[in-house]
Design a protein around this ligand. Structure first.
Ligand code: HEM
Ligand code: HEM
Length: 176
């Protein structure tokens, strides 16, 4: 269940890999939509964007709280600069994972339109549009999501370096 000094526990691993899978689905849907344009497949995929994004936000909050609870018993990073860079990179990933969907939800609220997902009313519609909220989302949601994609790519490259160049067993700590 819990993380320990040698590896991440079951909860952390399930959260890490389910978020990674959902993000691949979320970003994949946007990219396929850009490449193929409007097709029945991309429209169906795109229609799930808000609900998937909401689920990702909830999982990200749970993961951040779980990370804080386990903070003192996580596998340690290297003491040198490279270890500090890894911790900083993970913090940026956490930040983007929270901020990207959060600002989209703020925009959704500010649009005044109702928002339903998973058969539930998440937000009631309101009569007024709140300009700063819609502008925040339009200015930053997509842009920061692309930065998240770049950070994930770097994260995967570093995993490959750990696995095949340094051969230090880092992947095992998260793969179980
Ligand atoms: C971690 C979760 C999310 C990721 C990774 C993500 C990613 C993206 C990306 C890459 C785009 C395309 C940007 C572009 O065209 O350059 C986009 C657009 C959009 N997203 Fe999300 N999204 C997430 C969550 C959400 C949520 C929760 C909502 C609403 C409740 C939402 C609503 C939208 C809308 C309306 C657009 C089209 C307008 C725009 O480009 O900003 N997204 N998203
Ligand atoms: C194929 C995809 C991925 C692979 C192979 C992978 C691999 C790993 C590995 C091996 C670790 C452990 C690092 C260590 O012990 O220092 C880790 C940790 C981490 N990964 Fe990934 N990862 C992937 C996708 C993602 C994605 C999409 C995110 C998006 C946010 C992410 C965020 C994190 C974070 C924040 C940590 C630090 C531990 C934590 O707090 O959960 N990873 N990853």
């Amino acid at each position: 269940m819990w993380d320990n000094g040698l590896k991440y526990g079951l909860v952390t691993r399930v959260l890490h890999w389910s978020i990674a899978t959902l993000l691949a689905y979320q970003l994949g849907g946007v990219i396929v939509g850009m490449v193929l344009g409007e097709t029945p497949l991309t429209e169906a995929w795109g229609s799930e964007h808000k609900a998937t994004g909401l689920l990702l936000f909830i999982l990200a909050v749970v993961r951040a709280v779980w990370g804080l609870v386990n903070l003192r018993q996580r596998p340690a990073a290297h003491r040198e600069l490279i270890g500090k860079a890894a911790v900083a990179g993970h913090l940026v990933l956490y930040g983007l994972l929270l901020v990207v969907p959060a600002i989209a939800l703020v925009r959704q609220y500010g649009s005044g339109r109702p928002f339903e997902a998973f058969g539930l009313t998440i937000m009631q519609g309101g009569p007024d549009k709140i300009e700063w909220m819609t502008k925040l989302g339009s200015d930053f949601h997509g842009e920061m999501a692309w930065v998240l994609l770049v950070m994930i790519a770097l994260h995967i490259v570093m995993t490959l370096v750990h696995q095949f160049v340094w051969k230090d067993g880092t992947l095992k700590r998260m793969a179980g």
